[in-house]
Design a protein around this ligand. Structure first.
Ligand SMILES: CC(C)(COP(=O)(O)OP(=O)(O)OC[C@H]1O[C@@H](n2cnc3c(N)ncnc32)[C@H](O)[C@@H]1OP(=O)(O)O)[C@@H](O)C(=O)NCCC(=O)NCCS
Length: 176
């Protein structure tokens, strides 16, 4: 299994992976998010990675930058979305996609990485609700317990709760 940066040529594969794993009602919106993030131009960059196995793209993950007001030094990212084709799940492909992103973001000097998902899955990578509680997500959450974060590089702490802003494709209340 290999992990590499995604390109526009992976569009259809990425769309199909998300369509195949998310339930009706979510699958269109999440696959559209994945595709929009693929061509989202940001500084620092939005990162899309794919996992390849048996000559095909079987997993995808994206990391996009988030910002807070009044602090241009702080660097944050959010992990979304993540999916592995059903027949390739439970082979550590999801874990490797996450770990590969963590490595890259740590090297880039990113301070905090956020995720909105199942704590039972993301907790084992070091995400937790405590750090996330200092940062308000851009929309009211349907599942507040899913809001988690982890520190990648220390150095900056917040004294009160701050609001984070996301890239455009994530600015959709139905995703939260
Ligand atoms: C979540 C997902 C990406 C994990 O991919 P994967 O390649 O199977 O992950 P890994 O092999 O690294 O880890 C698998 C383990 O995570 C567990 N797991 C998967 N989803 C989980 C969840 N929501 N809560 C708790 N554990 C979960 C599996 O049961 C498995 O446990 P095991 O190793 O004890 O058997 C994949 O299940 C998927 O695409 N799910 C549908 C889309 C989704 O939920 N994406 C995340 C949205 S926030």
């Amino acid at each position: 299994m290999d992990i590499r940066l995604a390109t526009n040529l992976d569009r259809d594969d990425i769309r199909n992976i998300h369509l195949s794993v998310f339930p009706e009602g979510e699958r269109e919106i999440v696959s559209n998010l994945a595709i929009r993030l693929l061509s989202e131009e940001t500084t620092p960059q939005t990162i899309s990675l794919v996992a390849e196995a048996d000559g095909a793209v079987v997993g995808h993950i994206a990391f996009s930058p988030v910002t807070i007001k009044y602090n241009k030094v702080w660097k944050g990212y959010i992990l979304a979305p993540l999916a592995v084709k059903p027949e390739y799940q439970k082979r550590q492909i999801g874990s490797k996609l996450i770990e590969s992103g963590l490595e890259q973001l740590s090297t880039m000097g990113v301070h905090a990485l956020f995720v909105y998902g199942d704590p039972k899955y993301y907790g084992k990578f070091g995400f937790n609700a405590e750090l996330a509680s200092s940062y308000s997500p851009p929309y009211e959450l349907q599942y507040p317990f899913g809001w988690q974060a982890m520190t990648l590089n220390k150095g900056i702490s917040t004294e009160s709760t701050v609001q984070i802003s996301c890239v455009d494709p994530l600015n959709d209340a139905t995703l939260w």
